[in-house]
Design a protein around this ligand. Structure first.
Ligand code: VG1
Ligand code: CO
Length: 544
């Protein structure tokens, strides 16, 4: 079949954000929009002749159309093999697993994570490198540079690949292998965790769990692992069939959007353990009966209990967390005498630390936890990690969380999101706040003294790359912090995220209500940045 070169004109809005390029489906449907970005990816990668590419997505609307386009372009650009999940499906962690397992040169993941899907929803694309992790900024910026000057893209004048049949096909000179998207990932999970102990736990009297797939990609993975391999009763997984519009929902596993699960977990007849994942399977929410585990605490608790889990019982080398994530994990690292790292938001910043063996566990406050088993955050992995801990400790989630606080103290933590504010005023708010930061250190505010106030900049200890402008931080003498960032994953207007944290070691003050404990800092955060004044918003859109 003929390789054809098609003329095109650049789009000016193709800079990848925190996790790839995310836009409205209608934006991606513009003629050559996807093609331009994919060709720019291939151009930025340089020599791809003879390489193997993994391709898959979270199954949202436009997934299979995009995959057909990408496969033809991959063949025309010289890849010798593509490995694609059946029906075009691969969760983000499964894609990372498969890139590593088959020694691919990289992978293309189609997802806008938890953003709503469907014809009027969002779509996204990102490139992961050969370690299985998101491309570092050097590559995403190079892609962006190519999108600004692109004049042609290469594709193949050929028929579509049959995505629904496992086996080998050819597309021009390229071999296409359609694989089971679940088994490689499920096998990896079975290597990491004590499946027999978890099986016993799930079969024990009185233990009941619920997993909410939120109509997105993790349903089939959870059914295979929890219900088939671990013997949980059928029905343990709810909303387990992925739908192209995610059932018109918002598959973001938090207290607001995972309402069905949250209602059950906070009812009189609540299961012992509940969990949910997001659109592409890399996030997790952990719940006990009437208990919500904040993601920052979850990371700290996994680290403190890692010795109970087969894959980690030889010890952790270190823990990394994104800057806005609470400092709870740092206390565990200190006690274990291991490295701790603070990185900018986004999983791509963990890759070098994991590759260098400096850290074993990583986490973000945004419901993301993971380890060196792959190079993405991993929702079901976190669920299995918790199940393994529960199987060994034979205690409730609530008891485990409370004992952790007694031992390490509690980092009260909240994130307030102001969604859909006008981009101009959001940028102005950040600029004006940044200009004031230098005057803060030494000031007495909210009954504390400011120790530092800056715009976070990170120097990667492995490749010395500097990533600046990663969020405004105000730190206090008692360890409390207020952090401001603009989201890099939204597709409409701007989202201002305000992260607030305060540490409490007094054992009589560990069971208070988070928003009231943080009230003075919440108030101060509004005052310093003039949020209400500038945006007209009197309260956040989402509180986590
Ligand atoms: C958000 C989260 C960040 C996460 C990113 C991708 O980014 O805050 O922690 O890594 O989403 O997660 P932002 O720039 O909107 O704050 V996912 O599950 O969307 O791939
Ligand atoms: Co996600």
């Amino acid at each position: 079949m003929a390789i054809v070169s098609i003329e095109t004109n650049p789009f000016s809005d193709q800079r990848p954000g925190t996790s790839g390029l995310r836009k409205k489906v209608t934006v991606f449907q513009q003629q050559n929009y996807l093609e331009n970005f994919v060709q720019s990816m291939f151009n930025a990668l340089g020599n791809i002749q003879g390489n193997t590419l993994i391709v898959g997505g979270d199954g949202r609307f436009y997934n299979t159309e995009a995959i057909q386009t990408i496969l033809k372009m991959a063949a025309a650009n010289g890849y010798s093999r593509a490995i694609v999940g059946k029906d075009g499906l691969l969760s983000t962690p499964a894609a990372s697993c498969v890139i590593r397992k088959y020694h691919a040169s990289g992978g293309i993941i189609l997802s806008a994570s938890h953003n709503p899907a469907g014809p009027t929803g969002d779509f996204g694309i990102k490139y992961n490198v050969s370690n299985g992790g998101p491309a570092p900024e050097s590559i995403t910026e190079a892609i962006f540079d190519y999108t600004k000057i692109i004049k042609h893209y290469k594709t193949l004048d050929d028929t579509d690949v049959e995505l629904c049949t496992i086996g080998q096909q050819s597309l021009g000179q390229m071999t296409v292998d359609i694989i089971d998207p679940i088994s490689d990932y499920a096998d990896l999970m079975a290597e990491l965790f004590d499946f027999s102990a978890i099986r016993t736990l799930l079969a024990s009297n009185g233990f009941k769990m619920r997993f909410d797939g939120m109509h997105a990609i993790t349903g089939p993975y959870a059914k295979e692992i929890l219900e088939k391999r671990l013997g949980a009763p059928v029905g343990t997984v709810i909303n387990g069939i992925p739908l192209p519009d995610f059932g018109n929902g918002h598959p973001d596993p938090n207290l607001t959007y995972a309402k069905e699960l949250v209602d059950e977990m906070f009812s009189d007849n609540a299961p012992v353990f509940g969990a949910a994942s997001d659109g592409d399977g890399d996030r997790n929410m952990i719940l006990g009966a009437n208990t919500f585990v904040t993601p920052s605490d979850s990371l700290a608790i996994l680290a403190a209990n890692a010795h109970l889990v087969p894959a980690y019982n030889k010890g952790l080398t270190g823990i990394a967390r994104s800057m806005p994530t609470s400092q709870a994990a740092d206390r565990v690292a200190e006690k274990l005498g291991i490295e701790s790292h603070e990185t900018p938001t986004g999983w791509k910043f963990f890759g070098n630390l994991l590759d260098a063996g400096s850290v074993t566990l990583c986490g973000e406050e945004s419901f993301g936890t993971g380890s060196n088993h792959i190079r993405e955050k991993d929702g079901l992995w976190a669920v299995l990690f918790w199940l393994n801990i529960l199987a060994v400790r034979k205690q409730s989630v609530t008891d485990i969380v409370e004992q952790h606080w007694y031992q390490f103290g509690r980092n009260y933590y909240t994130r307030h999101d102001y969604e859909g504010i006008a981009s101009d005023s959001a940028v102005q708010l950040m600029t004006d706040l940044e200009a004031k930061l230098a005057s803060f250190p030494g000031k007495a505010l909210a009954n504390r003294t400011v120790s530092y106030a800056d715009n976070f900049s990170y120097t990667d200890p492995v490749d010395n790359c500097v990533s600046s402008n990663q969020g405004l931080r105000i730190g206090f003498d008692d360890g409390a912090r207020i952090i401001y960032r603009l989201s890099g994953t939204g597709t409409e207007g701007a989202t201002l995220r305000v992260y607030i944290e305060s540490y409490q070691a007094d054992s009589t003050l560990l069971h208070l209500e988070t928003q009231s404990v943080l009230q003075d800092l919440i108030h101060l955060a509004d005052e310093l940045a003039e949020i209400t004044l500038r945006t007209g918003r009197t309260e956040p859109t989402v509180i986590t």
